[in-house]
Write a protein that binds this ligand. Structure first.
Ligand SMILES: NC(=O)c1ccc[n+]([C@@H]2O[C@H](COP(=O)([O-])OP(=O)(O)OC[C@H]3O[C@@H](n4cnc5c(N)ncnc54)[C@H](O)[C@@H]3O)[C@@H](O)[C@H]2O)c1
Length: 255
């Protein structure tokens, strides 16, 4: 979804971009057509959980103020152990938010990718743990309480939504906004492979019974960071073809 966001940002007139990802070759592939369209595109290859990453990010931004951030990096439950999922999806996001806050321009916006998974019911104990600020030592201090990688994914995204509600005020003090987006099932690398029982159930109860297209999420993302969305902050927008509403109507959670 990040590459689609980059393409639509350029179409929307954002012509000075910094693209970041762990996959350097992937960055080059995304950047080339954007440069052909006249955009200045800098690249930063890096691991978001590396403690040096945010310093490298700020160095790459240099003296520029940030107009918009769309943070999509993340991994799915089947892509890693629970500690790695929490570290990338939540600790990495918290470090990013802390690093960019002082550099956000007036009227700017940072958008964080959460997930409808972050709206699914969890035990009251886990909910309380992940609604609060993460301890100084990061999610490593919480991981023993998290049963498995699916729960780690749900909780990492719940944590991202809580972060947005908590930190919107500190962004507001700078005249900036902080929002999150919760995609449902979207047709990307992350959801390739056979449709399993859970996925089929999510599609069955949804109002629109197909996976989302990454460009549909990118269109909403570019709107959210634009001045057209100037009164939206501290909030999460569900973009899921009606999957979350359908699950609520059915009276069932996924897990
Ligand atoms: N695809 C879906 O159905 C879906 C649904 C809900 C939420 N999401 C969320 O949307 C976001 C984008 O997902 P996507 O479907 O485009 O996935 P994707 O796998 O296509 O893209 C994720 C990107 O993050 C990068 N990345 C992963 N780990 C990283 C790390 N440690 N450091 C730096 N970069 C790293 C990957 O290289 C990749 O380019 C994720 O946060 C995901 O959790 C996806």
């Amino acid at each position: 979804m990040g590459s689609h966001c980059a393409r639509l940002l350029v179409e929307d007139g954002w012509l000075d971009l910094l693209l970041c990802d762990i996959n350097e070759a992937g960055l080059e592939k995304v950047a080339a057509p954007l440069r052909d369209k006249g955009a200045k595109v800098d690249l930063l290859a890096g691991e978001i959980t590396d403690p040096a990453f945010t310093g490298r990010l700020l160095a790459a931004i240099g003296q520029r103020e940030i107009g918009a951030v769309i943070h999509t990096a993340g991994i799915a439950p089947q892509m890693g152990e629970k500690d790695r999922i929490l570290a990338i999806n939540l600790d990495g996001t918290i470090a990013l938010v802390d690093a960019i806050r002082p550099r956000m321009a007036k009227g700017s916006c940072a958008l964080l990718y959460a997930s409808t998974a972050g709206h699914m019911p969890v035990t009251p104990e886990l909910e309380a743990l992940f609604e609060k600020p993460v301890p100084a030592g990061g999610t490593a201090e919480l991981v023993d309480k998290v049963p498995d990688s699916m729960a780690a994914y749900l909780l990492s995204k719940r944590g991202v939504r809580a972060l947005v509600r908590r930190e919107a005020k500190s962004f507001g003090e700078r005249g900036a906004r902080l929002v999150s987006i919760s995609p449902g099932l979207v047709d990307t690398v992350m959801t390739q492979g056979p449709v399993n029982e859970n996925t089929q159930y999510m599609l069955d109860v949804a109002a629109i019974q197909r996976k989302g297209r990454p460009e549909e999420l990118a269109a909403v993302s570019v709107f959210l960071v634009s001045p057209k969305a100037s009164f939206i902050t501290g909030a999460d927008l569900i973009v899921d073809g009606g999957e979350t509403a359908g699950m609520e109507q059915a009276g069932l959670g996924m897990l």
